[in-house]
Design a protein around this ligand. Structure first.
Ligand code: G6P
Length: 487
């Protein structure tokens, strides 16, 4: 863990040509009994995407350690500089659980849960964003590219630009950007827009998200916009810089998933899973963070009604629902867990038989090997989000199915639907009758039709992978003119 020493001139910051700023670092920390700290790589999608560019470009990653009050010096891992940002317990409650996940998250997801607005949370959000911006400014070399990620850090672009006008700054919003009619509920809407406009390039999942942002700029500021470009005026009223807002739909490391699912171990495990489930004709699968945006209750309700109506039965079909624990200190997530578990218990009690559960509910996270085996074991993948920036589970399912079998049932309200249609069976998860019909259609789909759809899906997912995503974002960003003075 020997860290590279800083050699750069402090007045212009550090020595890294590419700095990624994200709420979480791509490592998990654990505190030993002697008080020391260990860390392990946590291979998320973002780090897989960025690792090659980070290694090539001499990159640093600024992010939170994931634990309260955990301070750690910057260190090197896999040819990347990792720079931990420390958050106190109160900051985790106000910035992370509060403003990020109880204000912005529901607001940006079509208010499917009610957002809470607290001034103390906003103060913490500002303070913590400033800390991330300072840490990034200290690492970035003169003229470096800084890529800021997601809704937790929307003020960072402007905070960075104020300190370091020499930088090229990109921001990618991984979640939806809401219509201005909802966004304007936010008491600090103007500051968020200004914060984002500190970037040169703003990336969104869908064209609709980018145009929602542009509409918000038009409604809430005096800046002029032309198509995807916002023109910022400088303080003297002269013409200033341009900010571009565009769609860059994120993807997965498709080849890695495809290869993983082809290994004999994963193939054998998939067979074992089906056998453990009693070899039903149809295995349905849901894989989500336990989050109210995912439509888990709608899906389970529809499934329960199909059992009730006798259109499905527990001998010939089963539903596996993986619901990985998430944001467990936030009230809305606790309520959701209660609701889902009561519903699952009710349906299993009502329709289950010895040796045949209606729903296998798993409140755990699993490693990629097990996920690939589950995808292979599933005849129907149920993605019923009420609103979802992209939904990478849908893409993982497709990447795992080199056998060109299996049906993806996909909510219209996901970014993935914009990209993948017409291959999936599209659903409106609010329409329970429509959802039930679609589940039956998917369960009964003949293998030829499955192959036709899956081929189409695979062409898209295998081609547009996460490396293409990061290359295209960074390609556009680095082609933008470099500024040397404040606007
Ligand atoms: C979504 C967000 C990410 C976030 C992830 C997990 O995908 O876009 O920014 O990291 O959920 O949530 P968590 O709160 O555990 O980081």
């Amino acid at each position: 863990m020997t860290g590279k020493e800083q050699t750069g001139d402090r007045s212009v910051g550090g020595e890294y040509d590419l700095v990624v700023v994200a709420n979480r670092l791509p490592v998990d920390f654990s505190v030993r009994s002697d008080g020391g700290v260990d860390w392990q790589r946590s291979p998320g999608g973002l780090v897989t995407a960025l690792e090659p560019v980070m290694q090539q470009a001499d990159g640093a990653w600024v992010g939170w350690s994931g634990a309260p009050d955990l301070a750690h010096e910057p260190f090197d891992a896999d040819e990347m500089r990792l720079v931990p940002v420390t958050l106190s317990q109160a900051e985790i409650e106000r910035y992370y659980e509060g403003f990020s996940n109880d204000t912005l998250w529901p607001l940006y997801h079509d208010v499917v849960a009610t957002p809470t607005y607290h001034r103390q949370w906003w103060d913490a959000y500002r303070r913590v964003n400033q800390r991330f911006a300072d840490a990034a400014a200290a690492q970035a070399a003169e003229g470096a590219v800084v890529w800021v990620h997601d809704y937790q850090l929307q003020l960072v672009p402007k905070m960075l630009r104020d300190q370091r006008p020499d930088l090229r700054i990109g921001f990618f919003d991984h979640i939806p950007f809401p219509p201005v009619e909802l966004f304007q509920q936010l008491p600090w809407r103007r500051q968020i827009i200004e914060g984002l406009l500190g970037a040169d390039l703003l990336g969104f999942q869908r064209g609709g998200d980018a145009s929602n942002f542009i509409r918000a700029v038009r409604r809430l500021t005096d800046y002029t916009t032309r198509g995807p470009i916002v023109t910022m005026t400088d303080e003297d009223g002269g013409p200033g810089r341009h900010v571009r807002a565009a769609a860059f739909p994120i993807s997965i490391d498709s080849t890695r998933f495809d290869e993983l699912a082809r290994t004999p171990e994963v193939q054998a495990r998939a067979k074992e899973i089906r056998a453990d489930l009693g070899d039903p004709e149809v295995v349905m699968l849901g894989v989500d963070r336990l989050d109210y945006t995912k439509g888990i209750r709608h899906r389970i309700k529809a499934y329960g009604e199909l059992l009730q109506d006798g259109r499905l039965d527990v001998e010939s079909s089963t539903l596996v629902q993986v619901a990985s624990p998430s944001r467990e200190n936030v009230g809305a997530y606790q309520e959701l867990r209660e609701h889902v578990e009561v519903l699952v218990g009710h349906i299993n009690g009502e329709f289950g038989e010895l040796g045949h559960s209606a729903i296998h509910y798993l409140h755990h996270s699993y490693p990629p090997e097990e996920m690939a085996a589950l995808y292979l074991a599933a005849d129907v993948m149920l993605v019923t989000s009420l609103r979802d920036g992209m939904n990478l589970v849908a893409k993982e399912y497709v990447a795992a199915r080199s056998d060109e079998q299996g049906v993806l049932l996909l909510s219209e309200f996901t970014g993935a639907a914009d990209e993948l249609a017409p291959g999936p069976v599209l659903v409106n998860p609010h329409d329970i009758d429509g959802l039930k019909d679609a589940i039956v259609q998917a369960a009964k789909m003949d293998p030829k039709e499955q192959r036709r759809r899956m081929r189409r899906l695979r062409r898209k997912v295998m081609n547009d992978d996460v490396a293409k995503w990061s290359d295209s974002f960074l390609g556009v960003l680095t082609a933008m003119p470099r500024r040397t003075s404040h606007v």
